[in-house]
Design a protein around this ligand. Sequence first.
Ligand SMILES: CCOC(=O)Nc1nc2cc3nc(NC)[nH]c3cc2c(=O)[nH]1
Length: 373
Amino acid sequence: MTDNFQFTLDKTDAGARLGQISMPRGEIRTPAFMPVGTVGTVKAMYLDQVHETGADIILGNTYHLMLRPTAERVARLGGLHKLIRWEHPILTDSGGFQVMSLSGLRKLDEQGVTFKSHVDGSLHHMSPERSIEIQGLLGSDIQMQLDECVALPAEPKEIERAMEMSLRWAERCRVAFGEQPGKAMFGIVQGGDIPALRIRSAEALSQLDLKGYAIGGLAVGEPQDVMLQMLETTLPVLPTEKPRYLMGVGTPDDILKSVARGIDMFDCVMPTRSGRHGLAFTRRGKVNIRNARHAEDMRPLDDQSNCPASRDYSRAYLHHLVRSNEALGGMLLSWNNLAYYQELMQGIRKAIAESRFADFMAETQEEWARGDL
Ligand SMILES: CCOC(=O)Nc1nc2cc3nc(NC)[nH]c3cc2c(=O)[nH]1
Protein backbone atom coordinates (compact mmCIF):
# COMPACT_ATOMS: atom_id res chain seq x y z
CA MET A 1 0.00 0.00 0.00
CA THR A 2 1.41 3.39 -0.81
CA ASP A 3 -0.01 6.87 -0.31
CA ASN A 4 0.47 7.65 -3.96
CA PHE A 5 0.13 6.13 -7.40
CA GLN A 6 3.12 3.88 -8.15
CA PHE A 7 3.49 1.75 -11.31
CA THR A 8 6.23 -0.90 -11.16
CA LEU A 9 7.29 -2.75 -14.30
CA ASP A 10 8.52 -6.10 -12.96
CA LYS A 11 9.44 -7.91 -16.18
CA THR A 12 9.06 -7.95 -19.93
CA ASP A 13 8.86 -11.03 -22.17
CA ALA A 14 9.26 -10.01 -25.82
CA GLY A 15 6.68 -7.17 -25.99
CA ALA A 16 4.56 -8.36 -23.07
CA ARG A 17 4.89 -6.53 -19.70
CA LEU A 18 4.33 -7.75 -16.14
CA GLY A 19 3.78 -5.13 -13.45
CA GLN A 20 1.53 -3.69 -10.81
CA ILE A 21 0.01 -0.36 -9.87
CA SER A 22 0.00 0.43 -6.14
CA MET A 23 -2.67 2.86 -4.97
CA PRO A 24 -4.06 3.71 -1.52
CA ARG A 25 -7.10 1.50 -2.19
CA GLY A 26 -5.05 -1.47 -3.33
CA GLU A 27 -2.77 -3.10 -5.89
CA ILE A 28 -3.65 -3.65 -9.54
CA ARG A 29 -1.81 -6.61 -11.10
CA THR A 30 -0.99 -5.95 -14.74
CA PRO A 31 -1.80 -6.97 -17.41
CA ALA A 32 -5.22 -6.30 -15.90
CA PHE A 33 -8.80 -6.72 -17.10
CA MET A 34 -11.22 -4.18 -15.64
CA PRO A 35 -14.90 -5.25 -15.53
CA VAL A 36 -17.25 -2.45 -16.58
CA GLY A 37 -19.54 -1.19 -13.82
CA THR A 38 -21.39 1.43 -15.86
CA VAL A 39 -23.90 2.87 -13.40
CA GLY A 40 -22.21 1.69 -10.22
CA THR A 41 -22.86 -1.98 -10.77
CA VAL A 42 -21.22 -4.71 -12.83
CA LYS A 43 -24.48 -5.86 -14.35
CA ALA A 44 -25.96 -9.10 -12.95
CA MET A 45 -23.10 -9.51 -10.47
CA TYR A 46 -22.47 -8.93 -6.76
CA LEU A 47 -19.25 -6.92 -6.45
CA ASP A 48 -17.74 -9.37 -3.94
CA GLN A 49 -18.22 -12.05 -6.63
CA VAL A 50 -16.48 -9.73 -9.13
CA HIS A 51 -13.56 -9.38 -6.69
CA GLU A 52 -13.44 -13.14 -6.13
CA THR A 53 -13.02 -13.75 -9.87
CA GLY A 54 -9.72 -11.84 -9.52
CA ALA A 55 -10.65 -8.29 -10.54
CA ASP A 56 -8.47 -5.69 -8.76
CA ILE A 57 -10.25 -2.66 -10.28
CA ILE A 58 -13.56 -1.89 -11.99
CA LEU A 59 -14.75 0.86 -14.32
CA GLY A 60 -17.42 3.43 -13.49
CA ASN A 61 -18.95 5.58 -16.18
CA THR A 62 -18.95 9.34 -15.72
CA TYR A 63 -21.56 9.98 -18.40
CA HIS A 64 -24.15 7.64 -16.85
CA LEU A 65 -23.48 8.59 -13.21
CA MET A 66 -23.60 12.32 -13.85
CA LEU A 67 -27.08 11.92 -15.30
CA ARG A 68 -28.30 9.55 -12.59
CA PRO A 69 -27.96 9.76 -9.58
CA THR A 70 -25.72 12.84 -10.39
CA ALA A 71 -22.16 13.32 -9.16
CA GLU A 72 -23.28 15.73 -6.44
CA ARG A 73 -25.65 13.13 -4.97
CA VAL A 74 -22.96 10.43 -5.06
CA ALA A 75 -20.65 12.84 -3.21
CA ARG A 76 -23.37 13.55 -0.60
CA LEU A 77 -23.75 9.79 -0.15
CA GLY A 78 -20.03 9.43 0.64
CA GLY A 79 -18.64 8.74 -2.83
CA LEU A 80 -18.95 5.86 -5.27
CA HIS A 81 -16.80 3.33 -3.33
CA LYS A 82 -18.97 3.63 -0.22
CA LEU A 83 -22.24 3.73 -2.16
CA ILE A 84 -21.59 0.57 -4.22
CA ARG A 85 -19.51 -1.16 -1.47
CA TRP A 86 -16.34 -1.60 -3.59
CA GLU A 87 -13.32 -0.44 -1.55
CA HIS A 88 -10.73 -1.30 -4.26
CA PRO A 89 -9.62 1.05 -7.06
CA ILE A 90 -12.15 2.45 -9.54
CA LEU A 91 -11.31 3.97 -12.94
CA THR A 92 -13.91 6.36 -14.30
CA ASP A 93 -13.99 7.26 -17.93
CA SER A 94 -14.80 10.80 -18.91
CA GLY A 95 -17.86 9.49 -20.64
CA GLY A 96 -16.73 11.10 -23.86
CA PHE A 97 -17.19 7.92 -25.82
CA GLN A 98 -20.64 7.24 -24.37
CA VAL A 99 -21.77 10.76 -25.15
CA MET A 100 -20.90 10.10 -28.78
CA SER A 101 -22.79 6.86 -28.91
CA LEU A 102 -25.66 7.13 -26.43
CA SER A 103 -27.07 10.61 -26.21
CA GLY A 104 -28.40 12.69 -29.05
CA LEU A 105 -25.10 14.51 -29.35
CA ARG A 106 -25.93 18.18 -29.71
CA LYS A 107 -22.70 20.07 -30.10
CA LEU A 108 -18.98 19.70 -29.65
CA ASP A 109 -16.76 22.75 -29.60
CA GLU A 110 -13.62 24.06 -27.93
CA GLN A 111 -15.50 24.40 -24.66
CA GLY A 112 -16.61 20.79 -24.53
CA VAL A 113 -19.60 18.61 -25.36
CA THR A 114 -23.25 19.62 -25.15
CA PHE A 115 -25.69 16.74 -25.21
CA LYS A 116 -29.19 15.62 -24.42
CA SER A 117 -29.57 13.11 -21.61
CA HIS A 118 -30.76 9.71 -22.86
CA VAL A 119 -32.47 9.43 -19.45
CA ASP A 120 -34.82 12.43 -19.49
CA GLY A 121 -33.87 14.52 -22.51
CA SER A 122 -32.40 17.31 -20.38
CA LEU A 123 -29.54 19.32 -21.85
CA HIS A 124 -26.03 19.01 -20.36
CA HIS A 125 -22.68 20.61 -21.06
CA MET A 126 -19.51 18.73 -20.21
CA SER A 127 -16.25 20.67 -20.37
CA PRO A 128 -12.85 19.10 -19.65
CA GLU A 129 -12.91 20.87 -16.29
CA ARG A 130 -16.43 19.63 -15.47
CA SER A 131 -15.49 16.08 -16.45
CA ILE A 132 -12.60 16.10 -13.95
CA GLU A 133 -14.83 17.75 -11.32
CA ILE A 134 -17.43 14.99 -11.76
CA GLN A 135 -14.82 12.25 -11.48
CA GLY A 136 -13.52 13.95 -8.33
CA LEU A 137 -17.01 14.08 -6.82
CA LEU A 138 -17.41 10.38 -7.55
CA GLY A 139 -14.13 9.73 -5.69
CA SER A 140 -12.53 8.04 -8.69
CA ASP A 141 -8.97 6.70 -8.26
CA ILE A 142 -7.99 6.81 -11.95
CA GLN A 143 -9.64 9.61 -13.92
CA MET A 144 -9.67 9.99 -17.68
CA GLN A 145 -9.27 13.20 -19.62
CA LEU A 146 -12.23 14.33 -21.69
CA ASP A 147 -11.48 13.41 -25.28
CA GLU A 148 -13.14 13.19 -28.65
CA CYS A 149 -13.28 9.68 -30.03
CA VAL A 150 -13.98 9.40 -33.74
CA ALA A 151 -15.64 6.26 -35.13
CA LEU A 152 -13.75 4.68 -38.04
CA PRO A 153 -13.67 4.95 -41.01
CA ALA A 154 -13.37 8.75 -40.90
CA GLU A 155 -11.88 11.55 -42.98
CA PRO A 156 -8.22 12.30 -42.10
CA LYS A 157 -9.09 15.98 -41.55
CA GLU A 158 -11.79 14.95 -39.06
CA ILE A 159 -9.42 12.59 -37.26
CA GLU A 160 -6.76 15.31 -37.05
CA ARG A 161 -9.20 17.92 -35.73
CA ALA A 162 -10.48 15.54 -33.02
CA MET A 163 -6.95 14.48 -32.08
CA GLU A 164 -5.76 18.07 -31.66
CA MET A 165 -8.88 19.04 -29.70
CA SER A 166 -8.28 16.06 -27.39
CA LEU A 167 -4.69 17.28 -26.83
CA ARG A 168 -5.90 20.73 -25.82
CA TRP A 169 -8.46 19.12 -23.54
CA ALA A 170 -5.74 16.93 -22.00
CA GLU A 171 -3.88 20.07 -20.91
CA ARG A 172 -7.04 21.57 -19.45
CA CYS A 173 -7.83 18.31 -17.61
CA ARG A 174 -4.30 18.21 -16.24
CA VAL A 175 -4.69 21.73 -14.83
CA ALA A 176 -8.14 20.92 -13.43
CA PHE A 177 -6.87 17.68 -11.85
CA GLY A 178 -3.90 19.39 -10.21
CA GLU A 179 -1.83 17.29 -7.77
CA GLN A 180 -3.76 14.47 -6.09
CA PRO A 181 -1.05 12.07 -4.75
CA GLY A 182 -3.22 8.97 -4.23
CA LYS A 183 -4.98 9.40 -7.55
CA ALA A 184 -4.09 9.56 -11.23
CA MET A 185 -5.32 11.19 -14.39
CA PHE A 186 -4.60 9.40 -17.66
CA GLY A 187 -4.30 11.06 -21.05
CA ILE A 188 -5.95 9.43 -24.06
CA VAL A 189 -4.02 9.00 -27.33
CA GLN A 190 -6.16 9.63 -30.39
CA GLY A 191 -5.34 9.81 -34.11
CA GLY A 192 -7.63 7.17 -35.63
CA ASP A 193 -5.92 4.85 -38.12
CA ILE A 194 -3.33 7.43 -39.21
CA PRO A 195 0.17 6.62 -37.89
CA ALA A 196 1.53 10.18 -38.14
CA LEU A 197 -1.39 11.51 -36.07
CA ARG A 198 -1.02 8.69 -33.51
CA ILE A 199 2.67 9.54 -33.09
CA ARG A 200 1.96 13.27 -32.76
CA SER A 201 -0.72 12.60 -30.14
CA ALA A 202 1.47 10.20 -28.14
CA GLU A 203 4.47 12.55 -28.22
CA ALA A 204 2.46 15.58 -27.11
CA LEU A 205 0.77 13.63 -24.27
CA SER A 206 4.14 12.24 -23.16
CA GLN A 207 5.32 15.84 -22.71
CA LEU A 208 2.56 16.34 -20.13
CA ASP A 209 4.22 13.73 -17.89
CA LEU A 210 0.91 12.09 -16.89
CA LYS A 211 0.60 9.07 -14.56
CA GLY A 212 -0.67 6.78 -17.34
CA TYR A 213 -1.72 6.71 -20.97
CA ALA A 214 -4.86 5.30 -22.57
CA ILE A 215 -5.02 4.38 -26.22
CA GLY A 216 -8.40 5.65 -27.42
CA GLY A 217 -10.13 5.78 -30.76
CA LEU A 218 -9.73 2.04 -31.35
CA ALA A 219 -12.19 -0.84 -31.21
CA VAL A 220 -14.54 1.58 -32.91
CA GLY A 221 -15.21 -0.46 -36.05
CA GLU A 222 -11.74 -0.97 -37.51
CA PRO A 223 -10.41 -4.47 -38.33
CA GLN A 224 -8.23 -6.12 -35.66
CA ASP A 225 -5.09 -5.81 -37.80
CA VAL A 226 -5.56 -2.03 -38.07
CA MET A 227 -6.00 -1.81 -34.30
CA LEU A 228 -2.80 -3.82 -33.79
CA GLN A 229 -0.88 -1.70 -36.31
CA MET A 230 -1.91 1.43 -34.41
CA LEU A 231 -0.57 -0.16 -31.18
CA GLU A 232 2.74 -0.96 -32.92
CA THR A 233 2.91 2.68 -34.04
CA THR A 234 1.85 4.29 -30.77
CA LEU A 235 3.36 2.24 -27.93
CA PRO A 236 7.06 2.83 -28.76
CA VAL A 237 6.42 6.58 -28.44
CA LEU A 238 4.94 6.35 -24.94
CA PRO A 239 7.12 6.26 -21.79
CA THR A 240 7.85 2.63 -20.89
CA GLU A 241 7.64 3.32 -17.13
CA LYS A 242 3.97 4.40 -17.30
CA PRO A 243 0.94 2.06 -17.64
CA ARG A 244 -0.79 1.79 -21.00
CA TYR A 245 -4.59 1.23 -21.11
CA LEU A 246 -6.33 0.08 -24.31
CA MET A 247 -9.93 1.27 -24.06
CA GLY A 248 -12.89 -0.90 -24.85
CA VAL A 249 -10.83 -4.00 -25.70
CA GLY A 250 -11.76 -6.71 -26.16
CA THR A 251 -12.15 -10.35 -27.07
CA PRO A 252 -9.69 -12.82 -25.48
CA ASP A 253 -7.82 -12.90 -28.81
CA ASP A 254 -7.63 -9.07 -28.91
CA ILE A 255 -6.24 -9.12 -25.37
CA LEU A 256 -3.51 -11.70 -26.08
CA LYS A 257 -2.33 -9.84 -29.19
CA SER A 258 -2.44 -6.45 -27.43
CA VAL A 259 -0.51 -7.76 -24.41
CA ALA A 260 2.12 -9.03 -26.87
CA ARG A 261 2.52 -5.44 -28.09
CA GLY A 262 2.82 -3.87 -24.61
CA ILE A 263 -0.65 -3.07 -23.25
CA ASP A 264 -1.09 -3.23 -19.45
CA MET A 265 -4.83 -2.55 -18.88
CA PHE A 266 -8.08 -3.45 -20.62
CA ASP A 267 -11.79 -2.84 -20.17
CA CYS A 268 -14.65 -4.30 -22.18
CA VAL A 269 -18.37 -4.97 -21.79
CA MET A 270 -17.92 -8.18 -23.84
CA PRO A 271 -17.88 -10.73 -20.97
CA THR A 272 -20.86 -9.22 -19.14
CA ARG A 273 -22.97 -8.10 -22.12
CA SER A 274 -22.53 -11.39 -24.02
CA GLY A 275 -23.15 -13.33 -20.80
CA ARG A 276 -26.55 -11.68 -20.53
CA HIS A 277 -27.23 -12.80 -24.09
CA GLY A 278 -26.35 -16.44 -23.49
CA LEU A 279 -22.78 -16.49 -24.80
CA ALA A 280 -20.18 -18.27 -22.63
CA PHE A 281 -16.42 -17.72 -22.90
CA THR A 282 -14.41 -20.82 -21.99
CA ARG A 283 -10.87 -22.13 -22.32
CA ARG A 284 -12.11 -24.02 -25.40
CA GLY A 285 -13.61 -20.99 -27.09
CA LYS A 286 -17.11 -19.54 -27.15
CA VAL A 287 -20.23 -21.58 -26.38
CA ASN A 288 -23.64 -20.24 -27.44
CA ILE A 289 -25.67 -21.80 -24.66
CA ARG A 290 -28.94 -20.95 -26.47
CA ASN A 291 -28.08 -23.59 -29.07
CA ALA A 292 -30.33 -26.67 -28.93
CA ARG A 293 -27.31 -28.99 -28.73
CA HIS A 294 -26.89 -28.03 -25.07
CA ALA A 295 -30.48 -28.93 -24.07
CA GLU A 296 -29.52 -32.26 -22.47
CA ASP A 297 -25.80 -31.82 -21.92
CA MET A 298 -25.21 -32.36 -18.21
CA ARG A 299 -21.52 -31.30 -18.40
CA PRO A 300 -20.57 -27.97 -16.79
CA LEU A 301 -18.97 -25.27 -18.93
CA ASP A 302 -15.54 -26.00 -17.45
CA ASP A 303 -14.94 -28.63 -14.75
CA GLN A 304 -11.38 -27.31 -14.25
CA SER A 305 -12.55 -23.84 -13.26
CA ASN A 306 -12.65 -22.68 -9.64
CA CYS A 307 -15.72 -20.56 -10.42
CA PRO A 308 -18.97 -22.22 -9.27
CA ALA A 309 -20.87 -20.90 -12.31
CA SER A 310 -18.37 -22.63 -14.63
CA ARG A 311 -17.82 -25.80 -12.62
CA ASP A 312 -21.10 -26.70 -10.88
CA TYR A 313 -23.96 -25.90 -13.29
CA SER A 314 -24.90 -28.07 -16.26
CA ARG A 315 -25.15 -26.67 -19.76
CA ALA A 316 -28.64 -28.14 -19.87
CA TYR A 317 -29.71 -25.96 -16.94
CA LEU A 318 -27.96 -22.88 -18.35
CA HIS A 319 -29.67 -23.57 -21.69
CA HIS A 320 -33.05 -23.81 -19.97
CA LEU A 321 -32.49 -20.58 -17.99
CA VAL A 322 -31.38 -18.63 -21.05
CA ARG A 323 -34.21 -19.98 -23.22
CA SER A 324 -36.64 -19.07 -20.40
CA ASN A 325 -35.09 -15.61 -20.21
CA GLU A 326 -34.55 -16.15 -16.49
CA ALA A 327 -32.31 -13.63 -14.65
CA LEU A 328 -30.20 -16.47 -13.21
CA GLY A 329 -29.08 -17.38 -16.74
CA GLY A 330 -27.45 -14.00 -17.32
CA MET A 331 -26.09 -13.99 -13.77
CA LEU A 332 -24.36 -17.37 -14.09
CA LEU A 333 -22.98 -16.68 -17.59
CA SER A 334 -21.71 -13.22 -16.58
CA TRP A 335 -19.99 -14.85 -13.60
CA ASN A 336 -18.50 -17.58 -15.81
CA ASN A 337 -17.30 -15.04 -18.40
CA LEU A 338 -15.68 -12.65 -15.91
CA ALA A 339 -14.03 -15.63 -14.20
CA TYR A 340 -12.70 -16.83 -17.55
CA TYR A 341 -11.34 -13.37 -18.45
CA GLN A 342 -9.58 -13.14 -15.09
CA GLU A 343 -8.23 -16.69 -15.47
CA LEU A 344 -6.85 -15.62 -18.85
CA MET A 345 -5.20 -12.53 -17.29
CA GLN A 346 -3.74 -14.67 -14.50
CA GLY A 347 -2.38 -17.09 -17.10
CA ILE A 348 -0.88 -14.19 -19.05
CA ARG A 349 0.81 -12.75 -15.93
CA LYS A 350 2.21 -16.17 -14.95
CA ALA A 351 3.50 -16.83 -18.47
CA ILE A 352 5.31 -13.49 -18.61
CA ALA A 353 6.81 -14.14 -15.16
CA GLU A 354 8.11 -17.49 -16.49
CA SER A 355 9.31 -16.01 -19.82
CA ARG A 356 6.99 -18.22 -21.86
CA PHE A 357 4.33 -15.76 -23.01
CA ALA A 358 4.74 -16.61 -26.73
CA ASP A 359 4.11 -20.31 -26.00
CA PHE A 360 1.19 -19.49 -23.70
CA MET A 361 -0.38 -17.34 -26.43
CA ALA A 362 -0.03 -20.09 -29.07
CA GLU A 363 -1.33 -22.84 -26.74
CA THR A 364 -4.30 -20.72 -25.67
CA GLN A 365 -5.28 -19.89 -29.24
CA GLU A 366 -4.96 -23.58 -30.22
CA GLU A 367 -7.23 -24.61 -27.37
CA TRP A 368 -9.84 -22.08 -28.47
CA ALA A 369 -9.61 -23.41 -32.02
CA ARG A 370 -9.98 -27.01 -30.83
CA GLY A 371 -13.44 -25.93 -29.87
CA ASP A 372 -15.81 -27.18 -27.29
CA LEU A 373 -15.37 -30.92 -26.86
C1 LIG B 1 -12.58 4.79 -20.82
C2 LIG B 1 -12.26 6.20 -21.19
O1 LIG B 1 -13.39 6.73 -21.87
C3 LIG B 1 -13.29 8.02 -22.26
O2 LIG B 1 -13.34 8.88 -21.44
N1 LIG B 1 -13.12 8.25 -23.59
C4 LIG B 1 -13.01 7.27 -24.47
N2 LIG B 1 -13.63 6.09 -24.25
C5 LIG B 1 -13.52 5.11 -25.23
C6 LIG B 1 -14.22 3.92 -25.05
C7 LIG B 1 -14.14 2.95 -26.05
N3 LIG B 1 -14.76 1.74 -26.18
C8 LIG B 1 -14.34 1.25 -27.38
N4 LIG B 1 -14.74 0.10 -27.93
C9 LIG B 1 -15.74 -0.71 -27.28
N5 LIG B 1 -13.47 2.08 -28.01
C10 LIG B 1 -13.34 3.16 -27.20
C11 LIG B 1 -12.63 4.35 -27.36
C12 LIG B 1 -12.74 5.33 -26.38
C13 LIG B 1 -12.06 6.59 -26.52
O3 LIG B 1 -11.36 6.87 -27.51
N6 LIG B 1 -12.23 7.52 -25.56
